[in-house]
Design a protein around this ligand. Structure first.
Ligand SMILES: [Zn+2]
Ligand SMILES: [Zn+2]
Length: 326
Protein backbone atom coordinates (compact mmCIF):
# COMPACT_ATOMS: atom_id res chain seq x y z
CA UNK A 1 0.00 0.00 0.00
CA UNK A 2 1.41 3.40 -0.98
CA UNK A 3 1.57 6.30 1.46
CA UNK A 4 -1.24 8.02 -0.50
CA UNK A 5 -3.47 4.98 -0.04
CA UNK A 6 -2.62 4.90 3.64
CA UNK A 7 -3.63 8.52 4.13
CA UNK A 8 -6.72 8.66 1.96
CA UNK A 9 -8.45 5.34 2.01
CA UNK A 10 -7.34 3.99 5.39
CA UNK A 11 -7.11 0.33 4.54
CA UNK A 12 -9.61 0.09 1.69
CA UNK A 13 -8.01 -3.11 0.44
CA UNK A 14 -6.81 -4.59 3.73
CA UNK A 15 -9.46 -7.25 4.18
CA UNK A 16 -12.74 -8.71 3.05
CA UNK A 17 -15.76 -7.12 4.73
CA UNK A 18 -18.06 -9.93 3.67
CA UNK A 19 -16.29 -12.10 6.26
CA UNK A 20 -17.46 -9.78 9.06
CA UNK A 21 -21.24 -9.71 9.74
CA UNK A 22 -22.80 -6.25 9.52
CA UNK A 23 -20.13 -4.72 7.27
CA UNK A 24 -20.33 -3.94 3.55
CA UNK A 25 -17.19 -2.83 1.75
CA UNK A 26 -16.56 -0.64 -1.29
CA UNK A 27 -19.05 -0.39 -4.16
CA UNK A 28 -21.24 2.64 -4.79
CA UNK A 29 -22.39 2.80 -1.15
CA UNK A 30 -18.80 2.86 0.12
CA UNK A 31 -17.84 5.50 -2.44
CA UNK A 32 -20.89 7.62 -1.57
CA UNK A 33 -20.01 7.47 2.14
CA UNK A 34 -16.41 8.51 1.49
CA UNK A 35 -17.41 11.40 -0.84
CA UNK A 36 -20.08 12.60 1.62
CA UNK A 37 -17.56 12.59 4.48
CA UNK A 38 -14.98 14.45 2.36
CA UNK A 39 -17.59 17.15 1.55
CA UNK A 40 -18.57 17.58 5.23
CA UNK A 41 -14.93 17.66 6.37
CA UNK A 42 -14.15 20.23 3.67
CA UNK A 43 -16.99 22.53 4.84
CA UNK A 44 -15.84 22.21 8.46
CA UNK A 45 -12.11 22.67 7.97
CA UNK A 46 -12.08 25.22 5.11
CA UNK A 47 -14.67 27.26 7.06
CA UNK A 48 -12.57 27.03 10.24
CA UNK A 49 -9.40 28.09 8.40
CA UNK A 50 -11.35 31.05 6.95
CA UNK A 51 -12.57 32.04 10.45
CA UNK A 52 -9.01 31.88 11.83
CA UNK A 53 -7.73 34.05 8.97
CA UNK A 54 -10.52 36.61 9.63
CA UNK A 55 -9.75 36.47 13.37
CA UNK A 56 -6.15 37.53 12.68
CA UNK A 57 -7.04 40.18 10.10
CA UNK A 58 -10.26 41.65 11.55
CA UNK A 59 -10.60 40.18 15.04
CA UNK A 60 -13.39 38.24 16.72
CA UNK A 61 -16.55 39.99 17.87
CA UNK A 62 -18.94 39.27 20.74
CA UNK A 63 -21.53 38.38 18.08
CA UNK A 64 -19.17 35.69 16.68
CA UNK A 65 -18.68 34.21 20.15
CA UNK A 66 -22.42 34.29 20.90
CA UNK A 67 -23.10 32.42 17.63
CA UNK A 68 -20.42 29.88 18.51
CA UNK A 69 -21.78 29.22 22.03
CA UNK A 70 -25.45 29.16 20.99
CA UNK A 71 -24.99 26.72 18.11
CA UNK A 72 -22.39 24.63 19.98
CA UNK A 73 -24.94 24.02 22.75
CA UNK A 74 -27.87 23.31 20.38
CA UNK A 75 -25.93 20.93 18.12
CA UNK A 76 -24.14 19.43 21.13
CA UNK A 77 -27.55 18.44 22.48
CA UNK A 78 -28.28 16.99 19.03
CA UNK A 79 -25.11 14.90 19.31
CA UNK A 80 -25.22 13.80 22.96
CA UNK A 81 -28.96 13.52 23.62
CA UNK A 82 -29.96 12.78 20.02
CA UNK A 83 -27.31 10.81 18.15
CA UNK A 84 -25.90 9.01 21.13
CA UNK A 85 -28.36 8.49 23.97
CA UNK A 86 -31.66 8.48 22.04
CA UNK A 87 -31.05 7.29 18.46
CA UNK A 88 -28.21 4.82 19.17
CA UNK A 89 -29.20 3.52 22.61
CA UNK A 90 -32.89 4.38 23.23
CA UNK A 91 -31.98 5.63 26.72
CA UNK A 92 -35.31 7.52 26.88
CA UNK A 93 -38.46 8.11 24.83
CA UNK A 94 -39.29 11.51 23.36
CA UNK A 95 -42.34 13.01 21.63
CA UNK A 96 -42.13 13.18 17.84
CA UNK A 97 -41.41 16.94 17.70
CA UNK A 98 -38.44 16.62 20.08
CA UNK A 99 -37.22 13.55 18.21
CA UNK A 100 -37.31 15.59 14.99
CA UNK A 101 -35.64 18.62 16.56
CA UNK A 102 -32.79 16.54 18.01
CA UNK A 103 -32.31 14.83 14.63
CA UNK A 104 -32.11 18.23 12.88
CA UNK A 105 -29.55 19.53 15.41
CA UNK A 106 -27.66 16.25 14.98
CA UNK A 107 -27.54 16.68 11.19
CA UNK A 108 -26.11 20.17 11.68
CA UNK A 109 -23.07 18.53 13.37
CA UNK A 110 -21.89 17.43 9.88
CA UNK A 111 -20.84 14.00 11.18
CA UNK A 112 -22.84 12.02 8.64
CA UNK A 113 -26.60 11.61 8.65
CA UNK A 114 -28.15 10.80 12.06
CA UNK A 115 -29.36 7.32 11.00
CA UNK A 116 -25.95 6.42 9.62
CA UNK A 117 -24.16 7.79 12.71
CA UNK A 118 -26.36 5.78 15.07
CA UNK A 119 -26.13 2.63 12.93
CA UNK A 120 -22.30 2.86 12.88
CA UNK A 121 -22.35 3.45 16.63
CA UNK A 122 -24.48 0.37 17.28
CA UNK A 123 -21.88 -1.66 15.35
CA UNK A 124 -19.16 -0.08 17.52
CA UNK A 125 -20.85 -1.38 20.68
CA UNK A 126 -21.60 -4.79 19.16
CA UNK A 127 -17.94 -5.33 18.14
CA UNK A 128 -16.01 -2.99 20.46
CA UNK A 129 -12.25 -3.25 19.74
CA UNK A 130 -12.80 -6.45 17.73
CA UNK A 131 -13.33 -7.31 14.05
CA UNK A 132 -16.34 -5.32 12.84
CA UNK A 133 -15.71 -2.23 15.03
CA UNK A 134 -15.83 0.74 12.62
CA UNK A 135 -13.38 2.88 14.60
CA UNK A 136 -11.30 1.01 17.14
CA UNK A 137 -7.77 2.37 17.79
CA UNK A 138 -6.71 -1.21 18.64
CA UNK A 139 -7.73 -3.24 15.55
CA UNK A 140 -8.90 -2.32 12.05
CA UNK A 141 -12.45 -3.27 10.91
CA UNK A 142 -11.13 -6.67 9.83
CA UNK A 143 -9.65 -7.43 13.25
CA UNK A 144 -6.00 -6.80 12.31
CA UNK A 145 -4.00 -5.15 15.15
CA UNK A 146 -2.73 -1.64 14.51
CA UNK A 147 0.22 0.25 16.02
CA UNK A 148 -0.47 2.97 18.63
CA UNK A 149 -0.39 6.05 16.36
CA UNK A 150 -1.78 4.29 13.29
CA UNK A 151 -4.66 3.09 15.47
CA UNK A 152 -5.37 6.57 16.84
CA UNK A 153 -5.30 8.02 13.31
CA UNK A 154 -7.74 5.36 12.08
CA UNK A 155 -10.11 5.75 15.07
CA UNK A 156 -10.14 9.53 14.97
CA UNK A 157 -10.16 10.23 11.27
CA UNK A 158 -9.27 7.53 8.76
CA UNK A 159 -12.29 5.30 9.39
CA UNK A 160 -14.56 7.85 7.73
CA UNK A 161 -12.86 7.38 4.37
CA UNK A 162 -12.28 3.62 4.13
CA UNK A 163 -15.35 2.75 2.05
CA UNK A 164 -16.73 0.38 4.71
CA UNK A 165 -20.48 0.77 5.33
CA UNK A 166 -22.61 -0.63 8.15
CA UNK A 167 -25.17 -3.09 6.79
CA UNK A 168 -28.65 -1.65 7.44
CA UNK A 169 -30.12 -5.14 7.27
CA UNK A 170 -28.11 -6.11 10.37
CA UNK A 171 -28.03 -2.90 12.45
CA UNK A 172 -30.72 -0.63 10.92
CA UNK A 173 -33.90 -1.71 12.71
CA UNK A 174 -34.08 1.17 15.24
CA UNK A 175 -32.30 3.72 13.03
CA UNK A 176 -33.28 3.46 9.35
CA UNK A 177 -36.52 1.83 10.57
CA UNK A 178 -37.43 5.05 12.44
CA UNK A 179 -39.49 7.24 10.02
CA UNK A 180 -38.46 10.57 11.62
CA UNK A 181 -34.78 9.65 11.62
CA UNK A 182 -35.01 8.29 8.08
CA UNK A 183 -36.64 11.52 6.80
CA UNK A 184 -34.04 13.79 8.44
CA UNK A 185 -31.22 11.50 7.26
CA UNK A 186 -32.49 11.44 3.67
CA UNK A 187 -32.59 15.27 3.71
CA UNK A 188 -29.30 15.58 5.63
CA UNK A 189 -27.72 18.34 3.49
CA UNK A 190 -30.79 20.55 3.89
CA UNK A 191 -30.16 20.64 7.65
CA UNK A 192 -26.43 21.20 7.17
CA UNK A 193 -27.36 24.27 5.09
CA UNK A 194 -29.79 25.40 7.81
CA UNK A 195 -26.94 25.05 10.33
CA UNK A 196 -25.03 27.64 8.30
CA UNK A 197 -27.96 29.93 7.44
CA UNK A 198 -29.20 30.29 11.04
CA UNK A 199 -25.89 31.67 12.46
CA UNK A 200 -25.66 33.91 9.34
CA UNK A 201 -29.14 35.34 10.19
CA UNK A 202 -28.07 35.63 13.86
CA UNK A 203 -25.08 37.75 12.80
CA UNK A 204 -27.16 39.86 10.43
CA UNK A 205 -29.80 40.47 13.10
CA UNK A 206 -27.32 41.49 15.80
CA UNK A 207 -24.63 43.11 13.63
CA UNK A 208 -26.71 44.60 10.84
CA UNK A 209 -24.08 44.02 8.11
CA UNK A 210 -23.24 41.19 5.70
CA UNK A 211 -19.70 41.20 7.11
CA UNK A 212 -21.05 40.50 10.61
CA UNK A 213 -23.36 37.82 9.16
CA UNK A 214 -20.49 36.04 7.40
CA UNK A 215 -18.30 36.08 10.48
CA UNK A 216 -21.12 34.78 12.73
CA UNK A 217 -21.87 32.07 10.15
CA UNK A 218 -18.26 30.87 10.27
CA UNK A 219 -18.15 30.79 14.09
CA UNK A 220 -21.65 29.39 14.55
CA UNK A 221 -21.19 26.92 11.67
CA UNK A 222 -17.84 25.37 10.74
CA UNK A 223 -15.87 26.39 13.87
CA UNK A 224 -18.47 25.04 16.34
CA UNK A 225 -18.86 21.90 14.17
CA UNK A 226 -15.07 21.46 14.12
CA UNK A 227 -14.66 21.56 17.91
CA UNK A 228 -17.76 19.39 18.48
CA UNK A 229 -16.66 16.84 15.87
CA UNK A 230 -13.16 16.47 17.28
CA UNK A 231 -14.70 16.11 20.75
CA UNK A 232 -16.99 13.31 19.55
CA UNK A 233 -14.18 11.71 17.53
CA UNK A 234 -11.99 11.81 20.64
CA UNK A 235 -14.54 9.45 22.21
CA UNK A 236 -13.78 6.98 19.43
CA UNK A 237 -10.00 7.47 19.55
CA UNK A 238 -8.68 8.85 22.89
CA UNK A 239 -11.45 7.32 25.01
CA UNK A 240 -10.34 3.85 23.88
CA UNK A 241 -6.66 4.58 24.64
CA UNK A 242 -6.19 7.30 27.28
CA UNK A 243 -7.97 7.60 30.64
CA UNK A 244 -9.19 5.44 33.47
CA UNK A 245 -11.33 2.31 33.69
CA UNK A 246 -13.90 2.02 36.46
CA UNK A 247 -15.57 -1.13 35.11
CA UNK A 248 -14.43 -4.33 33.44
CA UNK A 249 -15.90 -4.25 29.95
CA UNK A 250 -13.71 -6.61 27.92
CA UNK A 251 -12.67 -3.75 25.63
CA UNK A 252 -10.29 -0.77 25.87
CA UNK A 253 -12.90 1.91 26.67
CA UNK A 254 -11.70 4.65 29.04
CA UNK A 255 -13.21 7.51 31.02
CA UNK A 256 -11.59 10.66 29.63
CA UNK A 257 -12.12 14.13 31.15
CA UNK A 258 -11.27 16.08 27.97
CA UNK A 259 -13.99 14.22 26.08
CA UNK A 260 -16.42 14.76 28.98
CA UNK A 261 -15.98 18.54 28.72
CA UNK A 262 -16.28 18.70 24.91
CA UNK A 263 -19.33 16.43 24.67
CA UNK A 264 -21.43 17.36 27.74
CA UNK A 265 -20.69 14.04 29.47
CA UNK A 266 -20.18 11.39 26.79
CA UNK A 267 -16.53 11.04 27.84
CA UNK A 268 -17.48 8.64 30.68
CA UNK A 269 -16.96 6.12 27.96
CA UNK A 270 -15.87 3.14 30.04
CA UNK A 271 -19.00 3.52 32.21
CA UNK A 272 -21.02 3.80 29.01
CA UNK A 273 -19.60 0.59 27.55
CA UNK A 274 -20.55 -1.21 30.76
CA UNK A 275 -24.12 0.13 30.77
CA UNK A 276 -24.79 1.29 27.17
CA UNK A 277 -28.49 2.01 27.63
CA UNK A 278 -28.11 4.08 30.79
CA UNK A 279 -29.27 7.66 30.19
CA UNK A 280 -26.60 8.77 32.68
CA UNK A 281 -22.97 8.12 31.72
CA UNK A 282 -21.37 9.81 34.74
CA UNK A 283 -22.39 7.00 37.09
CA UNK A 284 -19.88 7.39 39.91
CA UNK A 285 -19.61 10.13 42.58
CA UNK A 286 -18.19 13.40 41.23
CA UNK A 287 -18.66 12.46 37.56
CA UNK A 288 -20.38 15.49 36.04
CA UNK A 289 -22.78 14.63 33.21
CA UNK A 290 -24.56 17.69 31.82
CA UNK A 291 -26.47 15.72 29.17
CA UNK A 292 -27.91 13.43 31.88
CA UNK A 293 -28.98 16.50 33.88
CA UNK A 294 -30.79 17.89 30.83
CA UNK A 295 -32.56 14.54 30.27
CA UNK A 296 -33.67 14.60 33.94
CA UNK A 297 -34.88 18.19 33.49
CA UNK A 298 -36.86 17.19 30.38
CA UNK A 299 -38.30 14.24 32.32
CA UNK A 300 -39.28 16.53 35.21
CA UNK A 301 -41.02 18.82 32.69
CA UNK A 302 -42.90 15.81 31.30
CA UNK A 303 -41.24 16.05 27.88
CA UNK A 304 -39.42 12.70 27.91
CA UNK A 305 -40.39 9.34 29.41
CA UNK A 306 -38.93 5.89 30.00
CA UNK A 307 -35.53 7.19 31.13
CA UNK A 308 -33.25 4.15 31.55
CA UNK A 309 -31.48 4.05 34.94
CA UNK A 310 -28.99 1.56 36.33
CA UNK A 311 -29.82 0.45 39.92
CA UNK A 312 -27.20 1.95 42.31
CA UNK A 313 -26.58 -1.48 43.86
CA UNK A 314 -25.57 -2.83 40.44
CA UNK A 315 -23.18 0.10 39.86
CA UNK A 316 -21.61 -0.48 43.27
CA UNK A 317 -21.27 -4.22 42.64
CA UNK A 318 -19.63 -3.78 39.23
CA UNK A 319 -17.36 -0.79 39.94
CA UNK A 320 -13.71 -1.59 40.54
CA UNK A 321 -11.68 0.18 43.15
CA UNK A 322 -8.76 0.42 40.73
CA UNK A 323 -8.07 3.15 38.19
CA UNK A 324 -5.96 2.05 35.24
CA UNK A 325 -3.97 4.88 33.65
CA UNK A 326 -2.32 4.37 30.28
ZN1 LIG B 1 -22.63 4.50 22.78
ZN1 LIG C 1 -16.49 3.10 22.53
Amino acid sequence: MSSADWFLVDGWARGNATEVPGMLQGGSLGMLRTVSNVVQQAIIHIGTAWAIWLAFTKGVTAIDLSAFVLFYVLTGLGASLGLHRLFSHQSFRSPRWLHFLLAVFASMCMQGSPARWATDHQRHHACSDKAGDPHSPIVDPFGQPMGYWRGLYHAHWGWMFNGVVTDKAVYGRTTWGDPVLRFVSNTHYLWIALGLVLPWLWGLWLGGTYEAALSAMLWGGPVRACLMMHGVLSATSLAHRVGSQAFTTGDHSRNNWLVVVLTFGDGWHNNHHKFPRSARHGLLPGQIDIAARIIELLEWAGLVKGVVRVPPAMIEREAQNIRVRV
